[in-house]
Design a protein around this ligand. Structure first.
Ligand code: AQP
Length: 329
């Protein structure tokens, strides 16, 4: 029996945070034995918010190295750069023609990102259509993404269903594969907003690749409250988020963590949290250092990945174009 398909991508829009790690990256490795996995470096998505070209180049190579450091095996999975497979933009255009403007304008990510820029550009609005194209190109069954991306997955399903009913059965309808723990990690400085790599407040996030002392400092400064009592509830959102991070790295449940720190202060809790996080990130940090400078190896990985991805993507676009009535070359 053919393996089911898993698809996910991360934008090289900055250095990755532990939000990206917990919600997405660290779950990728375990899927590759059971599924055909495609892991994309979503550079076309990244430019929906202005990127300095030299930063984009660096972040793209960093992200490939990070995929490999996180245990994604290019012999088993397809790792590729989105802009290397032109079918993404081709399918996105076709899908744009069947996507409602109102639905795009209602996307939470669009609303929050458009508030941060002076002029809202069309790419930001069309982001979910490109994401739908990414997923639908490969007949994807499952999409391992964080909870923050659930709405985008819903619109992907809507677009696929609309296409199937208008032009006949074409696309597989994908399902979200949520992270088992810590699906949505919040900013350390503002527990009402999600932790994001493009946050202008650098104390709000922990980067997967940063100095351990930086990580310790940021956790020490993390916003809590004046109640001084370790418990897991929505009145203590900052602390709740820290407990989620602790649970994600330690494997303990949130109840076990609350029990462990009962009667102890936030200071001790944060210190031990920093230990758990730095210990958890150490292997990937070390592996990243080993791989990142091997440019020839990174190039081999992304070139071979693009070839494999293009083969599948081209077949889908040919089918879509035919169904829409385009004359083949
Ligand atoms: N805070 C988070 N908690 C859990 N999962 C998260 N993800 C992102 N932030 C969190 C998951 O990471 C994957 C890749 O995300 P992305 O880079 O493609 O886009 P994003 O969700 O917009 O991530 P950022 O860090 O917030 O990027 P910027 O700041 O550039 O917009 C996705 O699976 C996402 O769910």
């Amino acid at each position: 029996m053919e393996k089911k398909v898993v698809y996910s991508g991360i934008q090289p829009s900055g250095s990755l945070t532990i939000g990206n790690y917990i919600g997405a990256l660290r779950n990728f490795k375990d899927l590759q034995d059971d599924y055909l996995c495609l892991y994309c470096i979503a550079d076309l998505h990244a430019i929906t918010v202005h990127q300095e070209p030299k930063n984009l180049r660096k972040n793209t190579l960093d992200l490939i190295a990070l995929y490999l450091a996180a245990g994604i095996d290019p012999e088993k999975s397809i790792i590729y750069i989105q802009s290397h497979v032109h079918e993404h933009t081709e399918l996105a255009w076709a899908l744009n023609t069947i996507t409602g403007l109102g639905q795009l304008q209602r996307m939470t990510q669009f609303k929050s990102k458009s508030q941060k820029v002076k002029e809202v550009e069309a790419g930001l609005l069309n982001y979910p259509v490109l994401m739908a194209a990414d997923i639908l190109l490969y007949n994807t069954n499952f999409v391992p993404v964080g909870e923050d991306q659930r709405q985008h997955l819903e619109i992907t399903r809507d677009i696929a269903e609309r296409f199937n009913s208008r032009y006949s059965e074409t696309f597989t309808i994908p399902e979200i594969l949520p992270a088992k723990v810590g699906g949505r990690i919040m900013s350390l400085q503002d527990p009402m907003s999600k932790m994001s790599k493009s946050d202008s407040n650098k104390d709000g996030f922990i980067l997967i690749i940063e100095d351990e002392n930086e990580t310790r400092k940021k956790l020490k400064k993390a916003v809590t409250d004046s109640l001084g009592k370790i418990s897991y509830n929505d009145d203590q959102k900052g602390l709740k988020n820290l407990i989620d991070i602790y649970a994600s790295f330690s494997g303990l449940s949130t109840d076990e963590i609350v029990c462990k720190y009962e009667g102890k202060g936030y200071g001790i809790f944060k210190e031990e949290l920093a230990e758990v996080v730095t210990l958890g990130l150490r292997p990937i940090r070390e592996k990243f250092k080993e791989i990142r400078d091997d440019k020839a190896y990174l190039e081999k990985v992304y070139k071979e990945g693009a070839e494999k991805a293009s083969y599948i993507a081209a077949k889908t676009v040919r089918k879509v174009y035919k169904k829409m009535g385009f004359i083949p070359r």
